[in-house]
Ligand binder design. Structure first.
Ligand code: XMP
Length: 538
């Protein structure tokens, strides 16, 4: 049976990816495409969503779509700019709002008979974020919801045409029944069968891999992270021992990480070659303090070590990568330029002539985790925080020495263990948000217990090895290094906020690090968000 899909046309909103994730949560496949890349004659499309945009419809540079390529062919839902653009283009009026309409509002009147609002509560809370507002809808259109200040909060085209617009953002958490609205659109109106699930993804992808690579051998670079690990297990299910994984230890992994991860991979039945190249990396890095130079050396050494290993697998025809969907989405920025960021291993020798296999390329991060669970992978591998390719090197200031790596590994280990051990109980809205984000939870009487580790995106310790501070231990004066703790919340690492960790937790970690890690006599907490800072220090 053909895979159904919803197309989300991206007009540059910051929440476009979120719309995609909400649709996938409805077990429905969707693709996010630039506003001007609507596929023609794709029989698998069952509906189209137009996203918001940073533009006003009157902006000369505003993104424009010829609505005739979708109108009458598919059910359409315009969100924010999408709603304003359709109203404006089809004969309505859009004007600057008296004051920017931003934040929580309640729908004061709702047409409960309209299929878009089936099951809605009176006064349902929605989230607004727009500078313009619709002041008149086209002739024949009906207003189907209002708030106190926004008359045309939602409309439907006349004559029962399956075209809707909402000025609020159903995709954001603060629109309390936003998921229901999207479900009404995707399932009831567009007719999604809701058959896109982790288990169905595994079945179809395993079959596709078998067909794609046939009896060839495949190489995969493992990093210990979620994406490459899930990719490996999926490939292993499809082609077994014809997959060779390469895991390089550059000497700047977390404490015991190389051995622990190798052990996990072996338990999963993967055919893994572990390469301990730590001496090479550390000797090439000796005396180098400049962050960019350090990165370049690590990148160059990595390619060299990986290639040397890959070349030994002489009959390999494919290189697999754990590329995921957010790496490939062509997002639009307000200058109208298309940015395409696509990470890949790069630098593999051309003569190896490898073809690329990217089985996770349609998945969001939380879906990768769900697929990992469906494949029976252990939870600690699935919920691992992201970790930078150059490892602890980007968390050590100045030159890198084995001693500094050891100090940082010890402090980092204490911090990460403590984050895993400290549990908080969440209830009500908080719990719903955590569940929606795919956080593994222990359900008890409506409350959930979640570790700090699972509530944050990423955490680590930074060794401020170019700084020294005076301390006193027992009767002794010390003159040692401070470390900074970093913990951030994020959904994609593009933006991040510092995590508000409990004071008692920070006090406990600080004491343990200073007492146990020789060379550290002070602990600070990094309270910078991204932007303007970044997650890593170097
Ligand atoms: P920044 O520091 O730019 O990091 O806010 C965003 C995310 O990317 C990770 N990161 C890297 N990952 N190679 C990687 O594979 C790198 O050189 C690198 N630098 C940063 C970082 O840990 C965070 O998750």
């Amino acid at each position: 049976m053909q895979q159904q899909k919803i197309i989300i046309l991206d007009f540059g909103s910051q929440t476009t990816q979120l719309i995609g994730r909400r649709v996938r949560e409805l077990d429905t496949f969707c693709e996010i495409l630039p506003y001007n890349k609507m596929p023609l004659d794709d029989s698998s499309v069952i509906g189209v969503i137009l996203s918001g945009s940073p533009f006003s419809v009157y902006d000369p540079a505003a993104f424009k779509l010829d609505l005739s390529c979708i109108r009458g062919k598919y059910p359409i839902l315009g969100i924010c700019y999408g709603a304003q653009y359709m109203s404006h283009t089809l004969g309505g009026r859009v004007e600057p709002a008296g004051s920017r309409e931003y934040g929580r509002q309640n729908l004061t009147s709702i047409d409960m008979d309209n299929p878009l609002f089936r099951g809605f509560q009176p006064n349902s809370q929605v989230w607004m974020s727009h500078g313009d507002t619709i002041t008149a809808i086209p002739d024949g259109f009906q207003c189907i919801a209002s708030t106190e200040t926004v008359k045309y909060a939602a409309y439907q085209a006349g004559g029962g045409e399956r075209l809707w617009g909402v000025q609020f953002h159903p995709e954001v958490f603060h629109s309390v029944q936003g998921s229901l609205l999207l479900k009404n659109f995707v399932v009831d109106i567009c007719g999604s069968r809701q058959d896109w699930s982790a288990a169905s993804f595994v079945d179809t992808t395993v079959a596709e891999i078998c067909q794609q690579v046939g009896s060839d051998r495949v190489i995969l670079g493992l990093s210990g992270g979620v994406d490459s690990s899930v990719c490996a297990v999926l490939l292993n299910r499809a082609i077994g021992q014809r997959l060779t994984c390469i895991f390089v230890d550059h000497g700047m992994l977390r404490k015991n990480e190389f051995n622990d991860v190798m052990h996990d991979y072996q338990c999963l039945g993967l055919n893994v070659v572990g390469v301990d190249a730590s001496e090479k990396f550390l000797s090439d890095l000796a005396g180098v303090a400049d962050p960019e130079k350090k990165r370049k050396i690590i990148g160059r050494d990595f390619v060299e070590v990986f290639n040397a290993e890959a070349k030994k697998i002489t009959d390999a025809k494919w290189l697999a990568q754990g590329t995921i969907y957010p790496d490939r989405i062509e997002s639009l920025n307000i200058t109208g330029k298309v940015i395409k960021s696509h990470h890949n291993v790069g630098g593999l020798p051309k003569e190896m002539n490898l073809q690329l296999c990217e089985p996770l390329k349609w998945l969001f991060k939380d879906e990768v985790r769900r697929v990992g669970r469906s494949l029976g992978m252990p939870e600690h591998l699935i919920t691992r925080h992201p970790f930078p390719g150059p490892g602890l090197a980007v968390r050590i200031q100045g030159d890198i020495t084995p001693e500094k790596v050891r100090i940082l590994q010890e402090a980092d280990d204490i911090y990460v263990r403590a984050l895993r051990a400290y549990k908080t109980r969440l209830s009500g809205e908080e719990a719903r948000r955590e569940l929606a984000a795919g956080v593994p939870v222990d359900m008890r009487e409506g409350e959930i217990e979640v570790s700090l580790y699972d509530q944050i995106w990423q955490a680590g310790v930074i060794l401020l090895s170019t700084v020294r501070s005076v301390g006193v231990m027992g009767d002794e004066r010390t003159y040692e290094h401070p470390v900074a703790l970093r913990a951030v919340t994020s959904t994609d690492a593009m933006t991040a906020d510092w995590a508000h960790l409990p004071y008692d937790f920070m006090a406990q970690v600080s004491t343990e690090i200073i007492n146990k890690v020789k060379g550290v006599n002070r602990v600070c907490y990094d309270i910078s968000s991204k932007p303007p800072s970044t997650i890593e220090w170097e």
